[in-house]
Design a protein around this ligand. Structure first.
Ligand code: ZN
Length: 248
């Protein structure tokens, strides 16, 4: 039996699958892995959360990066792999997508936002750090570029920041709790495009496995957790996922 057929069989046998995605999911959409050579953090220094909060100069720098498109976190299109995951969600096979990505591509491929658990936030909008109100980037961009205004909350005047989790910022508790619950309730967890080295996010596949779920890993490179997995394939996600039988 070839590899894709074995993965199909695992999916068929599952009653509740959870998908866990990392940067490799979106490299096939042209978004570079931010930790790789040529990725964003090899080209510019991260702005830590405390720096953003404490320094107007750093906030100006952060927003300049965001609005110049330098981060390349958004604006890409979902790829074959995203659409394959969205089909599994639509059929009720996949109940949740836990993602380390901030690019909003799972939602854009058709996965309902309520079923996407974002561990590192979302770069396609901003939120107030004080009251949590959502702010659209297009609106903030106009006043930043037009009048040089650093975004402030229209309700409470709090600091506004893209909805990503920055270096030095606490992990989002609600998302972490939902990811734990999803990992504990699934009977199959499929890792797509994560090298599983960034914790605590990388702990969820192991949590599922230790709780009795099957673990499948699709990644171009070997991962730290290959040795624990029931199925491993080192290949392009789009190709593997597109080959899943449509009846799974
Ligand atoms: Zn506010």
């Amino acid at each position: 039996m070839d590899d894709c057929a074995r993965l199909s069989e695992l999916v068929s046998a599952s009653r509740r699958t959870v998908v866990f995605t990392g940067a490799g999911m979106s490299t096939e959409s042209g978004i570079p892995d931010f930790r790789s050579p040529g990725g964003i953090w090899s080209r510019m220094k991260p702005i830590y959360f405390d720096e953003f909060v404490q320094s107007e100069e750093k906030r100006r720098e952060a927003w300049t990066r965001t609005f110049s498109g330098a981060m390349r976190w958004t604006g890409a299109k979902p790829n074959t792999g995203h659409y394959a995951v969205a089909r599994l969600v639509a059929r009720g096979k996949v109940t949740a997508v836990i993602t380390q990505n901030v690019d909003n591509l799972h939602q854009e491929s058709g996965v309902p936002a309520a079923q996407v658990i974002e561990l590192h936030g979302n770069a396609s909008y901003a939120t107030c750090l004080d009251c949590g109100l959502r702010h659209e980037l297009e609106v903030l961009k106009q006043s930043f570029l037009g009048r040089g205004e650093i975004p402030r909350c229209r309700d409470c005047n709090g600091l506004v920041k893209t909805a990503t989790i920055s270096f030095g910022q606490a992990m989002p508790q609600a998302a972490m709790a939902r990811a734990s619950e999803a990992a504990l309730q699934c009977d199959l967890l499929i890792v797509l495009g994560s090298s599983l080295v960034v914790y605590p996010a990388a702990g969820f596949p192991l949590l599922a496995k230790e709780n009795g779920a099957k673990l499948a890993i699709v990644n171009r490179e070997p991962t730290e957790q290959d040795k624990f997995a029931d199925f491993v394939i080192h290949d392009e996600i789009g190709r593997v996922m597109a080959a899943l039988s449509p009846l799974d």
